[in-house]
Each structure stands twice: as structure tokens, then as C-alpha cells.
Ligand binder design. Structure first.
Ligand SMILES: CC(C)(COP(=O)(O)OP(=O)(O)OC[C@H]1O[C@@H](n2cnc3c(N)ncnc32)[C@H](O)[C@@H]1OP(=O)(O)O)[C@@H](O)C(=O)NCCC(=O)NCCS
Length: 261
């Protein structure tokens, strides 16, 4: 296995979280590609872990913290590390040292770029991206909002700890309508998928349902709301990790529609 920088020939895998075998991923449309095209000249870092046959088993992606939902100075933020763990497609690559090699490569890279530290996020739950995995890699917890834990590894004595940027507003209901609001940054195919499902469900339910997409790549929009990726039906927050199905979203909107009558 070797760690390489993202190459042209692996772009498709990268845009689809290494899940080119998955029909679900195709639903996520091209938001990630558009995000990449905006970020590639803004110091985005991507490393891939490639096996001896040239198959990509893992990836890590990190950005200057100014493009994340945390605040800090001279820090990089790992918004995603993923070692392919499904039996489908290329198969399960987890627990073979890929994750460790990827995070070390990212740390070395951002040190070379002059960063004062690196930041990661994880969940205080025993599944998905576990905060405990980063702790094992030497990261220290600095902030927490609900189950989302912010961790960091400072490289210099004068590095300042980062913190989460917190939610400032929530969408409000509109009389006589059901309002579906999707906050979309583009960095995460799973969230892009939720956006597409919500848009489709809202459109399929007629003109009493309004769909509003808020582009949170636009920093001003993000800072106004304090929400990077989120789904609301009226003023109700919808949990989007793991992504709810189209049917589930449609059912939730229908429930609100019935309350209108
Ligand atoms: C967390 C993750 C990146 C780790 O990568 P990996 O290649 O499986 O881990 P490694 O083989 O490099 O293991 C590194 C260390 O973590 C430990 N480890 C690996 N998986 C673990 C697990 N599930 N629980 C606890 N420890 C674990 C290993 O034992 C190893 O310990 P060591 O440092 O003492 O040797 C990977 O499992 C993953 O992608 N998980 C899903 C994360 C996810 O949902 N990402 C999407 C985010 S949007």
C-alpha cells in the first residue's frame, strides 16, 4: 500500500467516497465535483491509500479551517477520513493500517504547509466516525456540540485551540405551506444525497411544499445561520446521518402537509 496525492485518474472514486459500485452515491449528483473545483485552488489537501494493484482503499480530505464549521487560526481541518469498509466493490480495507497511514500523511503535509495544528471531528457514539479513533491517534478533545466532538493536535506552543461555530438561526414556518430547507456545502456526498432526496420529495408533493436550498459554501450564508449541512422541514430539524431514505423524507413532509388542512 502507498499513500499518494489525488490524481486525475482517481477523481471519480474520490467524488463518490470510493463507492463507485453504489447506486445511492449516484443520487448525490455532482455537488462534490463542484465543491472540489472551487476548493482545489484554496489549499484543499487530499491523500489516497492505494493498494499494490492500484485500487483505492482509503482517502483523507482536509481544508484550511476557514472553510469548515469550526473557527481557529493557522489550522487545518480534516472534514473526512474514510477507509472503505463494505464487502461490495473493492471490499473491506479497514483495520489494515490504512487509516493510520492516511492521517499521518495529512499531518506531515499540513506541517510542511506551515500550519500550527490539525483539527478533526468525530461522534461521541460507537459508530460512524468515532471521536475515540482520533483520540487513539493522539488528538485531544477541545469542544463538543451535542454528539459532535471537535479534537485537535497542536504542533506549536502558540497554537490556539479551535471551537465549533454554533447554530445562530433555524428556518421558520410559512403560513399555508410546508417549507423544506436544505443547507448544502457540497463537501460530503452523503449530505448531497440528502439534499437531492429532499428536493425530489418536496417537488413530488405539489405546490403547497416549497423547497429552499441554502448554499453554505458562501461563507456569509454559513455564518448567518451557523449551519453547514442540515435539513429542516418547517422549523423541525431532520437528522441526516446516516442519510434518511427518499420515502422517509417524503413521509415526514406529508405529515406536516396533513397538519395544514
Ligand atoms: C476510522 C477509520 C478511518 C480507521 O481506519 P482503519 O484503516 O480501519 O484503521 P487502522 O487499521 O489504520 O487502525 C489504526 C488504529 O486504530 C485501531 N482501530 C481501527 N479500527 C478501529 C475501531 N473500529 N475501533 C477501535 N480501534 C480501531 C487499530 O487497532 C489501530 O490501532 P494501533 O494504532 O494501536 O495499531 C476507518 O475505520 C473508517 O473509515 N471508519 C469509518 C469512518 C467513517 O464513517 N468515515 C466517514 C466520515 S464522513
Amino acid at each position: 500500500m502507498k499513500i499518494i496525492d489525488l490524481e486525475e485518474r482517481y477523481l471519480k472514486e474520490y467524488f463518490m467516497c470510493l463507492e463507485t459500485w453504489s447506486d445511492e452515491m449516484k443520487e448525490a449528483k455532482d455537488h462534490k465535483e463542484k465543491w472540489y473545483n472551487k476548493m482545489k485552488d484554496k489549499n484543499l489537501g487530499v491523500k489516497l491509500a492505494v493498494d499494490d494493484e492500484g485500487v483505492v482503499g482509503g482517502m483523507i480530505q482536509y481544508v484550511p479551517i476557514e472553510y469548515s464549521n469550526a473557527e481557529g487560526e493557522d489550522l487545518y481541518f480534516i472534514n473526512c477520513i474514510w477507509v472503505h469498509g463494505y464487502e461490495e466493490g473493492q471490499g473491506d480495507y479497514q483495520k489494515k493500517g490504512y487509516g493510520k497511514a492516511l492521517i499521518q500523511a495529512a499531518e506531515n503535509d499540513v506541517k510542511k504547509r506551515g500550519a500550527k495544528g490539525i483539527v478533526a471531528w468525530g461522534l461521541s457514539l460507537p459508530f460512524w466516525m468515532k471521536a475515540s479513533w482520533f483520540k487513539k491517534q493522539g488528538y485531544i478533545k477541545v469542544d463538543k456540540e451535542s454528539v459532535a466532538v471537535l479534537l485537535w493536535k497542536p504542533f506549536t506552543d502558540d497554537a490556539m485551540p479551535p471551537k465549533w461555530i454554533r447554530q445562530k438561526m433555524a428556518p421558520q414556518s410559512i403560513p399555508g405551506k410546508v417549507l423544506v430547507t436544505s443547507f448544502l456545502n457540497g463537501w460530503c456526498p452523503a449530505q448531497n444525497l440528502v439534499n437531492e432526496r429532499a428536493k425530489r420529495a418536496a417537488n413530488d408533493l405539489g405546490d403547497k411544499v416549497l423547497f429552499k436550498e441554502i448554499d453554505t459554501f458562501d461563507r456569509e450564508n454559513f455564518l448567518n445561520w451557523g449551519l453547514l449541512d442540515a435539513l429542516y422541514i418547517d422549523d423541525q430539524f431532520v437528522r441526516t446521518g446516516p442519510p434518511p431514505s427518499y420515502e422517509k423524507i417524503k413521509k415526514k413532509i406529508t405529515k406536516r402537509l396533513k397538519k395544514l388542512k
